[in-house]
Write a protein that binds this ligand. Structure first.
Ligand SMILES: Nc1ncnc2c1ncn2[C@@H]1O[C@H](COP(=O)(O)OP(=O)(O)OP(=O)(O)O)[C@@H](O)[C@H]1O
Length: 323
């Protein structure tokens, strides 16, 4: 649990007014653009920052002033920081030795962990002999073998290519379920957050703006900032203090004859087949919006075509709160 936490660097940057309850056994993602304070919050939880105000409690114990090694958290940093001169086995063994775990138990725990991560055959190899994905597994294994209550991951997949990232996320979810561990995960990638999280905390300029399940955040964003950060959102009509918005999938193409109350009319500016669907960029009077349509729709609506579409679910936001 985090209470009224702030961390101010000397230059005035940092995080403030952070209140957050992390539930045991969940994957909570801190999501936001670069510089919004995700890593600062994660490092504070892990004990790597001296916080300015507020408290951090883990299982009701106040750990705010405790060093990292006294906390039941383990942090995996972005660059993994594997020890290059140690084998994979030794990388995992180091922390166990410090904790005075017996040799036989060390071996058993390490081999169990490597097997769970599918890298048991690499136990005797050195980090630089491994692929990026394998190194990432070693870093996670090195943390998990110490059996933390909370695993802290700072953009762990940012160095991996798209396909491996997806695979790693699935693996992480499986491991998390199996070990029933709590994970706090930092990312700026909204798709990654949607895929992985039990809940997402969306951050902006050092503060948390909304916390909720992926579907709560997606279906009921609190303000324009959250709405535009997660998924596609079209902002259409605006009166002096409100903006109306809809997701591309909440609109469907119709015709002039069928036009009803929530029907809009525009001109197709760009028509693209995206794979299993078509994407149409449509110019309205003032804005350009995005529509999704069935796979072959791009052929029926080439650039320059007049198009009518009906919006099924419109959301309203107060203007200016995104600033
Ligand atoms: N050690 C530091 N000293 C001074 N300012 C810092 C320090 N670390 C971070 N900051 C500043 O604090 C703010 C939050 O940084 P932080 O790294 O937590 O953001 P982030 O959301 O994790 O972004 P990124 O994904 O780029 O790491 C930024 O404005 C950053 O420049």
């Amino acid at each position: 649990m985090i209470e009224d936490l702030s961390k101010k660097y000397e230059n005035g940057d940092g995080i403030q007014d952070i209140n957050l309850v992390v539930n045991s056994g969940e994957i909570l993602t801190l999501l936001g653009p670069s510089g919004c304070g995700k890593s600062t919050l994660l490092r504070s939880i892990g004990g790597f920052e001296r916080v300015t105000t507020g408290r951090i409690l883990i299982a009701e114990k106040d750990v705010t002033k405790q060093p990292p090694e006294k906390r039941s958290t383990i942090m995996v940093f972005q660059g993994y920081n594997l020890w290059e001169r140690m084998t994979v086995f030794e990388n995992l063994e180091f922390g166990l030795k410090l904790r005075k775990v017996s040799k036989s138990e060390r071996k058993q725990r390490i081999m169990e962990m490597l097997t769970m991560l599918g890298i048991e055959a690499m136990a005797a190899e050195y980090p630089q002999q491994l692929s990026g994905g394998q190194q990432q597994r070693v870093a996670i294994g090195r943390a998990l073998v110490l059996r933390p209550e909370i695993l802290l991951l700072d953009e762990p997949y940012s160095a991996l290519d798209a396909k491996i990232r997806v695979q790693m996320r699935e693996e992480l979810k499986k491991i998390q379920r199996r070990l029933q561990i709590t994970i706090i995960f930092v990312t700026h990638d909204q798709e990654e957050a949607m895929m992985l999280s039990t809940r997402i905390a969306v951050m902006k300029k050092g503060e948390i703006v909304q916390v909720g399940t992926p579907s709560e955040i997606y279906n009921d964003p609190k303000d324009i900032y959250v709405a535009s950060f997660i998924g596609e959102m079209n902002f259409v009509t605006a009166d002096t203090d409100r903006v109306a918005a809809f997701r591309p999938e909440d609109a469907h193409i119709t015709s002039a004859q069928e036009a009803g109350e929530n029907t809009y009319h525009g001109t197709v500016q760009q028509s693209t087949q995206m794979g299993h669907y078509s994407q149409l960029m449509v110019k309205l009077e003032e804005q350009t919006i995005v529509l999704f349509a069935e796979k072959d729709a791009f052929e029926n609506y080439p650039e320059g075509t007049d198009i009518f579409f009906e919006v099924k679910k419109m959301q309203n936001f107060i203007k200016g709160v995104e600033k």
